[in-house]
Design a protein around this ligand. Sequence first.
Ligand SMILES: [Zn+2]
Length: 204
Amino acid sequence: MPFEFGGGWIEVVAGPMFSGKSEELIRRVTRAMIARQRVQVFKPAIDDRYDAVAIASHAGRTLHAEALRDVATVRARIEPATQVVAVDEAQFFDAALVPLVQELAEGGRRVIVAGLDMDFRGEPFGPMPALLAEAEVVEKLSAICRCGKAATRTQRLIAGSPAHEDDPVILVGAAESYEPRCRACHVVLRGVRTTPLFAAQERG
Ligand SMILES: [Zn+2]
């Protein structure tokens, strides 16, 4: 254990897409399990179903996790004997994740949170900024930009072009992709659109 604090504590693993956050979360959780600690792993569910899923790293390692739709459900699923709580893709949970994580740490648990620190616009993402401020330990990971430098941001591309800040989060019928980029290579179109919005609609 590289760090040991009095009572519980919060660790945040943050960075852009493709920076190995899930890999790092899996590594920390695996070590805790080898040390015979009781661990529970959560991630946000896309829909309302309760689901047992695997968190997979790009390197192919997997970890059992529960996919849950909201923070209240996460809270209800935590077992009294659990010593380590890990949350992947934490940016997709709402602000209620922050008091839950605080409460878990104050109750003597180790909490490991992984997630995107910024959205595709380069703006703080969901509960992540508050968790980064609160954490005892922060690890910011980077990926590799197409220019070869360290990538700290996530570039959103729609049909190969940088997304506009107003582009809907869910696009129907347009090919979108994400790339890790450095600050210099990260592009967000702002203001008046010079290109037409794809025949894209926000899904209700
Ligand atoms: Zn770059």
